[in-house]
Design a protein around this ligand. Structure first.
Ligand code: CTP
Length: 407
């Protein structure tokens, strides 16, 4: 179990990916500053980056061989792209060109940098650098927003005079500024290195091959929690029911449909995680048996026999090596009483309760309000967007998690 000690300097493995832009020369200074802070830096370069600065410069500054080829037999043997992605505690793409940003936003992986971006499960930062008109283009801004929604952090760009002679936003952030951001993130990430398992979305309980019972959960709260946990430095595994949302790329995604599949997925990961957040709306009942053929409408009335599903949250809390366990409670009435009863009965560390069936908030809404309960404690979060709400909840979970592990 990893409990963060804020006083300990963090020896980070930093994977620096350099794309082709005049700002590539600033990345040499970035390597020097990161090494001065005790980071182990490995550099990968796109082909066009090599037109601007020689790999030899980065090899000398980082003290490590520079990687340039996706399919190079020698490099694959020494440290292939998957190994490099696994090695990294943080990936920084500096400079990030409009082309690489667009490729990453669309999941293309046709060179070493874009492939590493897809393979990395650690936090990823991008420092854009491009002509101001290219930066201001709607398509570039759409790509940035898309990447932000996947949990990618951006540093800069700054405004000022550009190498092309124009003035505006598009200058890469200064190396000292980038270094400060990276180190601040590692020092203040309240879940740095903590393993967090999150369940999200609805389940589908099949009646026959074409029909199922489900609920109104959109998965938005669980996905917002996954992004907030990533931003707090956690290694995240997301077990997700069927939702219409894009998952961040820098986490492990396990897609399931039924409550039984969610049970198997969560229980197989729970023992390896420090925190479990059960944000999924798991069906409480499932048809006793799924018909193998489509049911025909022969009779005027019909009925379904359902049996109770296993309570995933309670089972996780019962494990001998149980993670810090956080449940949700969706209530239409008596929220405080029901939430506290669930906290006690399921023996979990924390319950975040929200009203459902109201005009605002809850299922399929962009917003939510939460009443959070733990042993002898309570916090209220007013109605707000699910992203900031998720950050507040992650901070509270981190505080309680650290307090519990100090005992
Ligand atoms: N939960 C679970 N497995 C189930 C049912 C619920 O893990 N089979 C979890 C949910 O993910 C949530 C918490 O239990 O974190 C509470 O879910 P909720 O539906 O509010 O409560 P239930 O326990 O199902 O009780 P009830 O429906 O009677 O309110």
């Amino acid at each position: 179990m990893t409990v963060k000690n804020l006083e300990t300097p963090i020896k980070k493995h930093v994977l620096l990916a350099i794309c082709g832009g005049i700002a590539a020369y600033k990345s040499a200074e970035l390597v020097r500053l990161l090494r001065k802070q005790g980071c182990d830096v490995r550099v990968v370069m796109t082909h066009s980056a090599r037109e601007f600065v020689s790999p030899l410069t980065f090899q000398a500054l980082s003290g490590n061989p520079v990687h340039t080829e996706l399919l190079d037999i020698d490099e694959e043997n020494a440290m292939g792209h998957i190994n490099l992605a696994r090695w990294a505690d943080v990936v920084i793409i500096a400079p990030a060109t409009a082309n690489t940003i667009a490729k990453c936003a669309h999941g293309l992986a046709d060179d070493l940098v874009s492939t590493l971006f897809l393979a990395a499960t650690c936090p990823i930062f991008m420092t854009p650098a491009m002509n101001q008109a290219m930066w201001n283009k709607t398509i570039t801004q759409d790509n940035i927003r898309k990447l932000e929604s996947y949990g990618i952090s951006f540093i800069g760009p700054n405004a000022g005079d550009q190498a092309c002679g124009e003035t505006g936003y598009g200058r890469m952030a200064e190396p000292a500024e980038i270094c400060r951001h990276l180190l601040a993130e590692s020092k203040t990430g309240v879940l740095q290195g903590v393993k967090v398992l999150i369940s999200a979305g609805p389940t589908r309980e099949y009646i026959d091959p074409v029909r199922y019972i489900t609920n109104r959960s959109s998965g938005k709260m669980g996905y917002a929690l996954a992004r907030a946990a990533l931003q707090a430095g956690a290694n995240v595994t997301l077990v997700s029911g069927s939702v219409n949302l894009a998952a961040p790329t820098n986490l492990e995604l396990v897609q399931i449909e039924t409550a039984a599949q969610m049970y198997t997925a969560v229980l197989s990961h729970a023992g390896n995680n420090d925190i479990y957040i059960g944000a999924a709306a798991v069906a409480d009942y499932s048809p006793v048996a799924m018909e193998t053929a489509k049911i025909k409408k022969h009779t005027e009335q019909t009925s379904l026999i359902l049996h109770q599903t296993k309570d995933i949250l309670a089972e996780v809390a019962r494990l001998p090596n149980a993670p810090f366990t956080v449940g949700f409670a969706a209530e239409t009435n008596d929220l405080h009483a029901y939430a506290q009863e669930k906290l006690r009965k399921k023996n979990v560390d924390m319950i975040a309760a929200n009203w459902v069936g109201q005009e605002q908030g809850g299922f399929d809404s962009e917003q939510n309000a939460l009443e959070v309960f733990w042993d002898n404690g309570h916090a209220s979060f007013a109605m707000m967007d699910k992203n900031p709400l998720a950050k507040l909840l992650i901070n509270l979970i981190a505080t309680r998690f650290n307090e519990k592990n100090r005992i």
